[in-house]
Design a protein around this ligand. Structure first.
Ligand SMILES: [Zn+2]
Ligand SMILES: [Zn+2]
Length: 273
C-alpha cells in the first residue's frame, strides 16, 4: 500500500508545481504573466529596473532612436518626410493656432506591475502616455486632447514612422508619441515582434501573428488576446496587438483604429509621471 501511495503523491506534487511555474520551465501551453524576457528587449531608455518583486520601473527621455522631421533641420536626426501620405505636414492647426513643434527630451517614469493581472474593473485610458514602446517612445491612445477620435488633421501630422509631438505650448513641451503602428519598430524587428508595454504591464505585439495579419475581430474589446507569441512559443500570454494599415493616408489609416488599445486597460494599470 505504502509503495503505491508514494509515487502517486509525487506525481501530484510535480503536476501542481508545474501548473504554477512560469517562464523558462513550462512548455505545456500554460498561460504565464512573467515578462522578464521582454524587459531585456527594452532599449534607448535611461534605466529599467526589474529587480523589485512587484514593479518594473522604466525611465525614459522619450527621444526616438530613429530620425524624424520633428527634429529641427539642424539636427543630425532630422529626416525630411519620406512616407506615402501626400498631405503630411509638421504644422497642425489647433483651434486656429498653428503649432509646429520640435520634439523635446522628457523625463518620464513608468511603474508597471511586474506580474500583471486582469483587472476586476477595467479603467479607461486617458490623455498622455498609456504605455512605452520598446525603444522608449511613449504610446498615446486613439483620441486627441479633446477625447475625440483622431481626425485627418492629426493623422496628417504623423511622420514616416507614425509618430508626432504634442504641441509645444504645454507645460511639459513637445512630447513625441505613437498613436498608430510604430513603423520604425515593425520594420526593424519584424511585424510579429514585441513592441513594448501598456501601463497595465501587459505587452504589445506587432500587427501580424503566425504569418497572418491580426484584425480587431480576432481580439477582445481591449485589442488583446491570450496566445503564444514569438517570445513565448510554448506558452500563452495575454498581449495587445497593433493594427496596421496598408497606407498612411488619413482615409486608410483611420480604418486601423483603435490601433493599439480599445480604450480600456485589460489589467490593473501602473503609474506614469
Ligand atoms: Zn498625438
Ligand atoms: Zn497575439
Amino acid at each position: 500500500m505504502k509503495k503505491l501511495f508514494i509515487p502517486i503523491f509525487s506525481l501530484c506534487v510535480l503536476a501542481c508545481t508545474k501548473s504554477n511555474t512560469d517562464d523558462n520551465t513550462s512548455n505545456d501551453g500554460a498561460t504565464t504573466n512573467d515578462f522578464s524576457r521582454l524587459y531585456a528587449k527594452i532599449y534607448n531608455v535611461k534605466s529599467i529596473d526589474s529587480s523589485g518583486s512587484s514593479s518594473v520601473i522604466i525611465k525614459t527621455t522619450d527621444v526616438p532612436d530613429h530620425k524624424t522631421p520633428f527634429f529641427g533641420t539642424s539636427s543630425a536626426k532630422y529626416e525630411a518626410y519620406n512616407g506615402d501620405n501626400p498631405d503630411f505636414s509638421t504644422k497642425i492647426s489647433l483651434m486656429g493656432n498653428i503649432s509646429d513643434p520640435t520634439l523635446l527630451s522628457q523625463s518620464i517614469t513608468f511603474t508597471l506591475p511586474k506580474k500583471p493581472v486582469v483587472a476586476s474593473s477595467h479603467s479607461s485610458t486617458s490623455g498622455g502616455a498609456i504605455g512605452i514602446a520598446r525603444n522608449g517612445v511613449v504610446y498615446f491612445n486613439q483620441y486627441n486632447g479633446a477625447n475625440a477620435a483622431l481626425d485627418e488633421l492629426e493623422i496628417n501630422n504623423a511622420d514616416q514612422y507614425l509618430g508626432h509631438p504634442t504641441p509645444s505650448a504645454g507645460s511639459s513641451g513637445a512630447v513625441y508619441h505613437y498613436h498608430y503602428e510604430p513603423k520604425y519598430l515593425t520594420s526593424t524587428f519584424g511585424n510579429s515582434s514585441f513592441m513594448g508595454f501598456l501601463l497595465d504591464g501587459f505587452p504589445v505585439y506587432g500587427p501580424y501573428e503566425n504569418g497572418a495579419k491580426v484584425t480587431t475581430s480576432m481580439l477582445d474589446s481591449y485589442n488583446g488576446h491570450v496566445s503564444s507569441t514569438e517570445d513565448y512559443p510554448n506558452e500563452k500570454i495575454y498581449h495587445y496587438h497593433v493594427i496596421s494599415a496598408t497606407s498612411s493616408v488619413a482615409s486608410v489609416l483611420k480604418l486601423a483604429a483603435p490601433y493599439i488599445n480599445g480604450g480600456k486597460y485589460y489589467g490593473t494599470k501602473g503609474t506614469v509621471n
